[in-house]
Design a protein around this ligand. Sequence first.
Ligand code: DC
Length: 243
Amino acid sequence: MKVVEHTRRPIRVEPPVSRLIVTIDGPAGTGKSSVARALAGRLGLDFLDTGAMYRAAAAIVIDHGLDRLDESAVVEAVDRAGLHFDWTTDPPTLRSEGRSCMERLRESDVTSIVSPVAGLPRLRELLVLQQRRIGREHPRLVTEGRDQGSVVFPDAEVKFYLDASPAVRAVRRAEQLRGMGHPADPARLEAEIRARDRSDSSRTVGPLVRPAGAIVVDTSNMTFDGVVAELERLVRSRLAAAS
Ligand code: DC
């Protein structure tokens, strides 16, 4: 799935709505982030990458030398870091401890511990509250993650669940990493993706699930543009049906 840079071309949502929350959940490597960002641009909505918030928490654990199992210390440090987005950039820039942490989030040490960190129940509680607050402040939003339609915004107007085979997802992740100048081995990435799926799906709090009422889209054989166009079509037809 080739990721194409979309120019920001806000097309008004018709009929105009004051609240439109679109959730996109699914496993790693389905292209969720890029799709969500492009969809937000096409619909003129804001874009929230909640994986970035869990990645920022993992970076804080590493950079502060914390024990990732020490839930109180992790929650306290993340709370103190004052995570927030700068909405003036596209995509919005996540800031932690007063500076952008965007570069740090995709580094391999962060990726290797983010899933267990994201499994800490009290950390999830904190970040879910922050995400709901963002939803109140930005009620025209495309938000992507693992639990957006199931836990954070169960009353979202439109919910999607994106899926793709692990092999396809590994190739996409490899392309993404290489594009950022990082080395990538698809076989190793596929093993990591399978392990992360197991961990994300089996945790007790906020597991990766297909939310009730979600539209499931298997992107394995779709182009990036095809996925974005299909999701845009589905959102617009939902809105038209609801009006
Ligand atoms: O989408 P991503 O690869 O940036 O997500 C990073 C990690 O955070 C991944 O292990 C899943 C987890 N995550 C989560 O548990 N809940 C979310 N809402 C978003 C991400």
